[in-house]
Design a protein around this ligand. Structure first.
Ligand SMILES: Nc1ncnc2c1ncn2[C@@H]1O[C@H](COP(=O)(O)OP(=O)(O)O)[C@@H](O)[C@H]1O
Ligand SMILES: [Mg+2]
Length: 232
């Protein structure tokens, strides 16, 4: 579904991710794990069209999308949820959701689907986004991404700023998305949660993929256990 080959990207001529290759098959949940500064956000931004890669290739459903702008990538079926969420705090839940369908009109069926998936958003549809809890804002960010009716959802550290219980809830919501047939790519520092959720993963260190495997294989890897699971 998504195939990234030899990707490099960075800022002002300095690559911070280099020679990154990975793929996501339809229906899979795939994680990119790495500590703060490893290059996860830079990698995702260059995949979803928010940052132009300096080399390498991104293919989606068989077509090259390298360097294609973000708005077009959304229309091809890839929605991105940034770690900082980027909601409009003074707008209501419903208005923020409607913007996820932009430039199209919000589809009533899709809106209902999102409300079904996140009843808390339905209860708060007229509340301003900025007055909601961190967990609810994360739900809204995911809900807004779903309004574009994606086949692949790309989430950058969905647990950012969430207390442990809410972080676990965020992953429960992602499991519900998978059950509905969505393909998920997620970047995380909170590795245990991502690992329990994902089928496979890649470890990004200093801008390069160091190792990869099924989640079970990675959970057994002594280096991964030491560095990311706190097990010695
Ligand atoms: N806008 C930017 N301009 C310059 N350097 C940046 C910018 N964003 C990130 N970086 C640098 O790129 C590296 C990788 O950052 P990032 O992709 O945010 O990693 P992660 O998401 O894994 O924490 C870091 O050294 C960071 O300082
Ligand atoms: Mg990041």
């Amino acid at each position: 579904m998504l195939e990234v080959t030899g990707l490099a990207a960075g800022y002002e001529g300095n690559d911070v991710v280099e020679d990154v290759s990975f793929h996501v098959d339809p229906g899979e949940a795939v994680m990119i794990i790495g500590s703060n500064g490893a290059g996860k956000t830079t990698l995702f931004r260059s995949v979803v069209g928010l940052l132009a890669p300096s080399s390498g290739e991104v293919r989606y459903e068989g077509a090259g999308i390298t360097g294609v702008p973000a708005q077009r990538i959304v229309r091809l079926g890839i929605s991105f949820v940034p770690a900082e969420r980027r909601l409009f705090p003074r707008m209501t839940v419903q208005e923020n959701l409607a913007l996820g369908a932009y430039p199209g009109r919000p589809d009533p069926g899709t809106t209902e689907l999102v409300m079904d998936l996140f009843p808390r958003l339905a209860e708060r549809r007229r509340q301003r986004a900025g007055t909601m809890s961190g967990g609810e804002q994360q739900m809204l960010a995911v809900g807004r991404a779903l309004m574009a009716d994606p086949r692949l959802i790309v989430l950058d550290e969905p647990t950012t700023g969430l207390a442990p219980k809410l972080a676990a809830e965020a992953y429960e919501a992602l499991s519900a998305l998978r059950d509905r047939g969505l393909t998920v790519l997620v970047a995380e520092q909170q590795v245990p949660l991502a690992m329990a959720f994902s089928d496979r993963g890649y470890v990004l260190e200093n801008g390069r993929i160091r190792t990869q495997g099924t989640s079970a294989e990675l959970a057994d890897d002594p280096d991964v256990r030491r560095a990311y699971l706190g097990i010695t």
